[in-house]
Design a protein around this ligand. Sequence first.
Ligand code: UDP
Ligand code: MG
Length: 324
Amino acid sequence: MIAPELSIVVPVYNEEDVLPALFERLYAVLDQLGEPYEIIFINDGSRDRSAQLLAAQFRKRPDETRVVLFNGNFGQHMAIMAGFAHVRGRIAITLDADLQNPPEEIPNLVAAIRAGHDYVGTIRKARNDSAFRRIASRLMNGLRERITRIHMTDQGCMLRAYDRALVDTLNACSEVNTFIPALAYTFAASPTEIEVEHEARHAGQSKYSLYALIRLNFDLVTGFSTVPLQWFSLIGMILSLLAGALFVLLLVRRFILGAEVEGVFTLFALQFFLTGIILFGIGLMGEYVGRIQQEVRRRPRYRISTVLEAQTQAQATEPVEIAA
Ligand code: UDP
Ligand code: MG
């Protein structure tokens, strides 16, 4: 078997409805490209028939297909990290399984890498998602752009290409909650972006609930910047100065005009306001403390139960059987 030039990494979580269409289009594009390639599917603990479909596809195209089976759901970004750990090609391309990223764009990404870039981001020309997702995504994109030093016009699109050296660097990172395009960007020497088409999800439902999206955005901001914490300390500083001035004012008033009673409710309002700020601050601190705790534990970030791949001489493991 020749060493692959391209490695396509596809995370799969409960995608039985789209996999047949994905196989058809993805392999067709890559066969036409005429370069040695491998497609690494990571089954992220799907509870439907995705694992069986992937195993069947592996039997059909054993030379181009590799399947990493997680024994639980560790999230899209951990799945991609596991895929990266198995990449053998010189160019790695990540792709969603749901065909929102058309596989037909792959040759354009390859061309951009060959033009000398080590990181190729993408901008979706017309986005086929719900209006809520589009607006929320635009707001978060803008906020993230301000807070972190990461420049991405469209942070949400996972169809991206990475040079092998960059993938090796990512493999050396053992972050727990991460956002791969942002992590890669921080190491990229010559990043670029190209425009790509975007389609509506081919079948099935989005795997991201509103809660999961909020979590992902926290990972993206607190994982790459301490600016929110700095903002908070700044607000805290200004507020304590103002509160100090208010105290002096009340003290002076107390001696000149006597004890005031009418102002009690104003004080209550002020107290509630400060309590709100404090709670927010504790929450924000918790974000960072939580991350420290996760890093300190140094747990394995995912666990693989099986890898389906064609045997090379170096490997002497038993072939794996999976019932279809
Ligand atoms: N995915 C995954 N694990 C998860 C959630 C999602 O591997 O816990 C995969 C999913 O199968 C798909 C990709 O990540 O290939 C993007 O998910 P989805 O299309 O649901 O996200 P959206 O497009 O709605 O942001
Ligand atoms: Mg999708």
